[in-house]
Design a protein around this ligand. Structure first.
Ligand code: PRP
Length: 179
């Protein structure tokens, strides 16, 4: 699996540090609140697991399965809810946990949906932000690392469902998706 990676962008050690830093900020900012962390599956899984253990607050967690890539390396723009939340978020302070914000198609759609459902506040924490990929304006409140416009995998991010279990974030060799 490691042979398919041309370059490591965010190392395991850097990810540990990012989770500590973001966890500390979130703990401070939500001191007087009881947020709900909502992870967007499947990509959020490792980040949500590591980040949540760095947040020193009483909070609950929920998951939603959303997909816009349907395999391949480009967003389809068509955001599908494959599994919805099993709780109401009316009046709640929602913190959405994402692995990456790229075109922002996914996150803009979900933020609008959560506001429509009556959330008190909706903020985003994302491990990676790829601002050059934007098709719609959007700025996440908490960002682990800004990355260039390259197709990355690992630590939750996939290519055709593979590589999510890499412990770091890396650039996939183009020959893997060009053949
Ligand atoms: C990925 C990622 C984000 C979204 C970001 O999900 O987890 O949710 O794409 O891209 P965007 O900003 O261009 O919308 P994907 O649709 O691949 O589903 P997955 O999490 O199951 O891999």
């Amino acid at each position: 699996m490691n042979n398919d990676i041309s370059k490591v962008l965010v190392t395991e050690q850097e990810i540990v540090q990012i989770c500590k830093t973001l966890g500390g900020k979130i703990t401070k900012d939500y001191q007087d609140k009881q947020p709900i962390l909502i992870g967007l599956l499947k990509g959020c899984m490792p980040f949500m697991s590591d980040l949540s253990r760095q947040i020193d607050l009483k909070f609950d967690m929920a998951y939603m399965s959303v997909s816009s890539y349907h395999g391949g390396i480009a967003s389809s723009g068509d955001v599908k809810i494959k599994m919805d939340l099993d709780i109401s978020i009316k009046g709640r302070d929602v913190l959405i946990v994402e692995d990456i914000v790229d075109t922002a198609n996914t996150i803009v759609t979900i933020v609008e949906l959560f506001k429509h459902r009556g959330a008190n506040s909706v903020k985003i924490v994302t491990l990676l932000d790829k601002p050059e990929g934007r098709l719609r304006p959007f700025e996440p409140e908490y960002v682990g690392r800004v990355i260039p416009k390259e197709f990355v995998v690992g630590y939750g991010l996939d290519y055709n469902e593979y590589y999510r279990n890499l412990p770091y974030v890396g650039v996939l060799k183009p020959e893997i998706y060009n053949h």
